[in-house]
Design a binder for this molecule. Structure first.
Ligand code: GRF
Length: 202
């Protein structure tokens, strides 16, 4: 499956997806890394790895116009799926609708807890035992789509939002490639396939 990754920052999750895509039998490849911030650190990682990049600042642009140009670049590269990886822009309703069921995001909390900003500080304030990360489908509700995979990270005595964010991010790097692989491979364990096999065996 051909995947475009959208980033705004350091791009470590993008890098995890990219390196995973180069392992034998990966069901996905990264065809484009696009950013709304031309200075996003992740763009240089992608360039160094020979992946096409596209950067377009959203400043001074209508949200829908910006998304339309991002979408054009995504489609020019033949992407079938979009993975948001630290993409810090809310998408236009039109963009979300165009990629419904084909766009994933990673969020550093155990959704449905702590949607939006500062999830680590909020988990600490609440006295939670576990924090974690979630990969989910993107819908019109921020961090609200179907959860596709999660990993838990134990909160330790003395954790700060920074120390916790660091350990959660390590978990993100393991979770995202696995969740994306499973998601793009779904057709191979579809109900149709299982039904065919059952009808042969019984
Ligand atoms: C990650 O924590 C991700 O969950 C959140 O933004 C951060 C992006 O980090 N949405 P990076 O750019 O992948 O290093």
């Amino acid at each position: 499956a051909r995947v475009a990754v959208l980033i705004s920052g350091s791009g470590t999750n993008m890098a995890a997806l990219l390196y995973a895509s180069r392992l034998p039998n990966s069901p996905f490849e990264i065809v484009l890394v696009a950013s709304n911030d031309p200075h996003a650190g992740g763009l240089s990682i992608a360039e160094a790895e020979g992946i096409p990049t596209f950067a377009l600042s959203h400043k001074g642009m209508e949200r829908a116009d910006h998304d339309l140009l991002m979408d054009e670049a995504i489609r020019e590269h033949g992407a079938q799926f979009v993975a948001l990886a630290g993409y810090m822009r809310i998408l236009s309703d039109e963009m979300v609708a165009r990629w419904e069921g084909k766009m994933l995001n990673i969020h550093p909390s155990l959704l449905p807890k702590y949607k939006g900003l500062d999830p680590h500080a909020r988990a600490l304030d609440a006295g939670d035992e576990y924090a974690g990360c979630s990969v989910h489908l993107v819908t019109g509700e921020l961090d609200g789509g179907q959860v596709l995979g999660q990993s838990e990270v134990a909160i330790l005595a003395g954790d700060t939002p920074e120390t916790l964010a660091y350990r959660v991010k390590l978990a993100e790097h393991q979770l995202y490639p696995r969740a994306l692989s499973d998601f793009v491979s779904q057709p191979f364990d579809s109900a149709w396939l299982l039904e065919r096999v059952r009808s042969l065996a019984l």
